[in-house]
Design a protein around this ligand. Structure first.
Ligand SMILES: Cc1cc2nc3c(=O)[nH]c(=O)nc-3n(C[C@H](O)[C@H](O)[C@H](O)COP(=O)(O)OP(=O)(O)OC[C@H]3O[C@@H](n4cnc5c(N)ncnc54)[C@H](O)[C@@H]3O)c2cc1C
Length: 414
């Protein structure tokens, strides 16, 4: 079949790879000059199946309310007049019960376990170099109270078969020796030995190059303006460089997915949640984290990517604004420096901000909606690096008419 994939981020490029491997003639369209220049450009790099928690939970309601009154919080809720914001927020609030939080976390965790296997297989078979690290992730807690809460929350991952080790500060410093000088600042952590990290941008660009070698056609610098339909089929994508027809379309536009389907009467429940990311070069420093992790009390994710260290944080409701100022990064750099004072050259930060394509419940949207030949692979939220290879394979199975290896409960358009 002739398949056009809309979007060349993690979701679109992994979909193109699997679809081409399944024998289809694949075209990928993106408005950027290369793959992975938007949200997939500078994420935290964590392959964090052990942290597949749904954001919507009873605690999230308190955090959201607090953020309305306090500045410089990791969650920044700003009230908006955008109806899409209110639709999304109301649906999010509807998911903030303990029962829904658990159900959504289980769905995400199951998908992440499947997806990380597909990702590891893909890296092993292609030999893609992406600063991959497979020695686990350490979720660090500053206080005993926070550690106990973290351990209680982790039970759901353990029940899902995830390997975890609760560690005190000495064991944490043995796992990541770079923590040794500051171990007195933490109570301990939760170590997930099967989690890992890698550079999603390097991975996506290398995979796009391999796809191109195998005959996938990439149309960069091409903006998709609208989809045109006839009956229950999408006939063509209209771009600023002409029209594209195909037998099947795969929508992988991240946070921009709902903008394209709105005129078709399809509401994809995805809303942008802005995040900030800063990368510093190590420049010979010898105190960088040896494995990635999350500073749970400051809600910062950090990773070592080859000779760089990255820290990301903040969930901000700012519509489609991706602007940033140095002040936005102060807290997260402070938290990194507090734990890893010699992580790298803090005088050479590279700043970035981008939009997580969040669904209200947490799992991505995978599969077909009302149009027979339009498949969704979007809404990966804060976990698209971890999940994309899995959703790409599921979409490929669905297009081929095969039963996916994973139950679709909680993933299909809803
Ligand atoms: C700060 C931060 C940290 C993160 N950390 C992690 C992490 O540690 N682990 C993890 O698993 N995930 C993480 N994520 C999430 C992950 O980065 C995203 O889920 C993932 O990048 C989404 O990929 P995507 O392909 O759906 O979107 P994108 O990468 O945004 O790709 C969408 C593509 O569509 C293109 N596009 C949009 N509109 C149009 C149009 N009209 N015409 C043509 N092209 C268009 C864009 O140019 C873009 O290339 C993080 C995200 C953020 C923001």
């Amino acid at each position: 079949m002739r398949i056009t994939v809309l979007g060349a981020g993690l979701a679109g490029v992994t979909a193109a790879w699997h679809l081409q491997g399944d024998g289809h003639e694949v075209t990928v369209v993106d408005r950027q000059p290369q793959a992975a220049l938007e949200t997939s450009f500078a994420n935290a790099g964590l392959i964090s199946t052990g942290h597949a928690f749904a954001w919507a939970s009873p605690r999230a309601v308190r955090v959201m309310l607090k953020s309305l009154f306090l500045r410089d919080q990791p969650l920044r809720l700003r009230l908006s007049t955008d109806p899409a914001f209110w639709r999304w927020t109301l649906r999010f609030l509807g998911q903030c019960t303990t029962a829904r939080a658990h159900a959504n976390t289980r769905i995400k965790h199951r998908l992440c376990r499947y997806a990380e296997q597909v990702l590891h297989e893909l890296i092993a078979t292609t030999g893609i170099a992406c600063d991959q690290e497979r020695r686990g992730l350490l979720y660090v807690h500053r206080t005993q109270e926070s550690l106990e809460r973290g351990v209680a929350n982790m039970r759901i991952m353990e029940e899902g078969g995830h390997e975890i080790e609760v560690v005190d500060r000495d064991r944490a410093a043995a796992i990541d020796p770079a923590l040794a000088p500051s171990k007195g600042k933490i109570a301990g952590g939760i170590y997930c030995p099967t989690d890992g990290s890698g550079d999603a941008h390097k991975f996506t660009q290398a995979l796009a190059a391999l796809c191109a070698e195998r005959g996938v056609r990439f149309l960069f610098d091409t903006t998709v303006q609208r989809l045109e339909t006839a009956g229950d089929r999408v006939e063509r994508a209209v771009t600023d460089r002409g029209e594209l027809s195909a037998d099947v379309f795969v929508l992988a536009l991240g946070s921009y997915s709902p903008l394209l389907t709105r005129s078709l009467g399809e509401r994809v429940p995805v809303y942008p949640v802005k995040g900030y990311s800063v990368t510093i070069p190590m420049n010979g420093a010898n105190g960088a984290p040896t494995i990635g992790g999350i500073d749970e009390d400051n809600l910062c994710a950090y990773t070592r990517l080859g000779d760089r260290v990255r820290v990301t944080s903040v969930a901000e409701f700012a519509g489609y604004d991706t602007s940033h100022r140095p002040a936005d990064f102060r807290s997260m750099l402070g938290a990194l420096r507090d734990l890893y004072p010699n992580a790298g050259d803090f005088s050479q930060p590279r700043y970035w901000a981008c939009l997580r394509p969040m669904t209200p419940d947490g799992p991505p949207v995978v599969g077909r909606g009302r149009y027979r030949n339009l498949y969704y692979d979007t809404g990966h939220g804060h976990m698209g690096w971890t999940m994309s290879c899995g959703t790409a394979r599921i979409v490929t199975d669905l297009i081929a008419g095969r039963a996916p290896e994973l139950p679709l409960e909680g993933l299909t358009p809803r």
